[in-house]
Design a protein around this ligand. Sequence first.
Ligand code: SF4
Length: 364
Amino acid sequence: MKVTFPYMGTVVIYKKLLELLGHEVIVPPRPSQKTLDLGVKHSPEFACFPFKTIMGSYIEACEMGAEAIVTSGGHGPCRAGFYSEVHQRELLQLGYEVDFIVFDSIYRDKDRFLQQVKKLKGNQSWLKVMKSIFFTYQMVREIDKLEMKLQKIRPYEVKQGETTKVWQKIEKVFDKVMIKQELKAVVRQGYEWLDAIERAEVSPMEQIKIGIVGEIFVVMESSINMEIEKVMGELGCEVERSHYLSEWVKDNMLPSLFKNSHEEEILKKGEPYIEINIGGHAKQTVGQIIDFKERGYDGIIHLMPFGCLPELISQSITPKLSKEYDIPILTLSLDEQTGQANNRTRLEAFIDLIKNKKIRQYSA
Ligand code: SF4
């Protein structure tokens, strides 16, 4: 079966899992202006930005011959739960008869989850399926750890752009990995490449740590968030995201044996501000802001897709959080018309504000 998936973050991982399960994988092109134009044209006007981007990606993948789409579901009062049905209908109207294999959290409906795995597993044995899942989970954990390390190196690189080049090399070698021994070797190689990057000495006062929070798709997909991590790194800031794929897999797909309570801790921190589940990642956004502050971060960038109701609510809480926790928060609303130059100016001004705050703190 020729399968595809929504383009989000480190796509080499989804590709690997589907390949290990014996499928021919159609990797959609990285979202571009063409993707956005297609998505906007074929989506309801009121749909949120991720819906439109994914719509465009699906059309591109269908043009490349995809027969099935593997995606995640959603629940709660946000639209993600309807994504697959609306996308499927729209694709059908365009003449693409594709199957949808939708994974919701295993904790919501185990039977449905297993049904979807069965659809995907084809003739593979359950043992092979389990091995493939755990292998790709190990892969995603390692690649996330490497990425986290990289985000702490980029602001101090002497040769601008070197860290990004190393990351591209790391993604390439991960793409070739098929067995555990190879994984170990590429992880070792990845750390060696990262350690070899020449870095400038920077005093603690000049080091700036930024947490990036918000809706999962815009936080994880660099092509639609103006490559915020790269931009912030090149402007001299260490960054960490609120969402990493390994965390999502652990919280939604693995048996509770493999979980720790970090997600629950984050939700607890958000609880005083958003008591009930309002969908999306609004509650996590609030909890993550508090968590970043407690871990010594200097500022927060809150990414909000245009048309996202849950993040609109968390945005309305950020001024209060900023005041109560004494942490600067910059919200950026993203859509297909987001201007890079304008937002870069805002980011630079935000960094200046944090720098001045730090100077005042150190000289007090
Ligand atoms: S969380 Fe927001 S952006 Fe994501 S699917 Fe729901 S409404 Fe859309």
